[in-house]
Design a protein around this ligand. Structure first.
Ligand code: URA
Length: 242
């Protein structure tokens, strides 16, 4: 792939902007600036890297990311009252061009404004669809802080299934592990709107804090602090596929 096309595919602006960056000597391959936009690069090389204005970037044909979502952020490109989670990504990741029918990098499902924890993002529409497909039932694990003490009857009802207002079919937790008087770990395999909050309300309790710690086999790494993101490694993607 030509260097200007490569920069365009990675979100560094229009082809004209990318050619300008290169001609001005602001792009380096290895330690050397490269001023020729037509320079050919082998994008099948898994170690392909480039530098733009002193920042080193790995080439990724598709973006697969994890973000530790902080409280007080919205999973929307057009947020209302709160800043967008996309503002936590560097500009090239926000500006990656559309691929197929996916308009750039999107969150894989949404978390509420006040929910913290593991959020996946990608510009691979098939991946986003696979992760959200009800048929695949990818388990999502939440740590829930409660307003009222949790009792056995509530745990029993969450596991047996509760009916929410928008669907007569009951939804149930795949696992429900009390962590203390007012805390539990809940595993869900569906992804309905406000599902944890509505399930806890249906059994007479109320969610005070909500944190997603795991999706499939992939746990939020303890060293990824709120607001921080990183690329998913092939080993992370394998944990999600399993
Ligand atoms: N369930 C909720 O109620 N909120 C979330 O953010 C995620 C799951």
């Amino acid at each position: 792939m030509r260097l200007d096309d490569l920069l365009f595919s990675q979100g560094f602006g229009t082809r004209r902007v990318c050619a300008g960056l290169i001609e001005q000597g602001r792009v380096a391959l290895g330690d050397q600036p490269c001023r020729d936009p037509s320079t050919w690069l082998d994008v099948s090389d898994p170690g392909l890297r480039f530098r733009v204005e002193g920042v080193d970037w790995p080439y990724h044909a598709r973006a697969y990311l994890m973000l530790h979502k902080p409280a007080g952020t919205e999973c929307s490109h057009r947020p209302g009252a709160w800043p967008s989670v996309y503002a936590l990504l560097p500009p090239p990741l926000r500006q990656r061009p559309a691929t197929g029918r996916t308009p750039g990098v999107q969150a894989v499902g949404r978390l509420d404004q006040d929910t913290t924890g593991l959020l996946l993002l990608s510009d691979d529409g098939a991946f986003i669809h696979r992760m959200n497909a009800p048929r695949r039932q990818v388990p999502k694990v939440y740590e829930v802080g409660l307003r009222h003490p949790l009792d056995e009857a509530q745990v029993g009802r969450l596991l047996a299934g509760v009916v929410l207002a928008d669907d007569p079919r009951p939804v149930h937790a795949a696992a429900c592990e009390p962590l203390g008087e007012r805390a539990l770990r809940l595993t869900l395999t569906q992804g309905k709107y406000h599902q944890v909050k509505r399930m806890l309300a249906a059994v007479g309790n109320r969610v005070e804090t909500l944190h997603r710690s795991r999706i499939g086999g992939l746990a939020l790494p303890p060293d990824l602090v709120p607001g921080q993101w990183r690329w998913l490694e092939p080993s992370d993607l394998a944990l999600l596929a399993g």
